[in-house]
Design a protein around this ligand. Sequence first.
Ligand code: DX5
Ligand code: ZN
Length: 212
Amino acid sequence: MALIAPSMLSADFLHLEKDVEMVNSCADIFHLDIMDGVFVPNISYGFPVVEAIASVADKPMDAHLMITHPEKYVERFAKTGVAMLSAHLETMEHPVEVMTLVRSFGIKAGIAFNPDVPVEKVFPYLDSCDFVLIMSVFAGFGGQKFIEDTYGRVKTLKREIVSRSLDVKIEVDGGVSPSNAVALSEAGADILVAGSAVFKAADPAAAVKAMR
Ligand code: DX5
Ligand code: ZN
């Protein structure tokens, strides 16, 4: 069964503590989308918000960096206490070095990539990371439509991980909802990120339950 990681991008920022408590009580991971307005055409939130969430979070935090030069901010994120950190393949000149840096802080290191990046591009780095984040929408905004190709991409990656007997988890992010969660988990996803399907639901806790 996949772990559920609500994306705080869709949370109610005026009542953030309420949404943090919801994740504490019924989900598994806090997914934190960090956007710089350069790598993606949107700006999200930064350290003050991450630190505020950290102060009340009982579950591990997962920072998804959609920024150029992610290596510059790894140490700062480590200080916030994140347990997982992913950076985009498209933004890393030396992915192995960045993953090694992330791991040096005791953080699980992940490689993320957009739907137009062939999944095989991550194969050379599977020995250097702890998880792979497959985007099922183009990074930048919550509330986009799930790209159906994703199932095949997850299966291809899963096959490679199993054939090499690696312990690399697969995270899927974008347009995930109760309607595709089971199929994604069957395809090989270990962690499902969901923003709008959780926070725009009338009953967020029920939406998380429906995805399990
Ligand atoms: C998109 C982000 C996602 C997003 C997911 O760039 O990486 O984490 O918040 O939101 P939904 O579930 O609404 O697609
Ligand atoms: Zn994300």
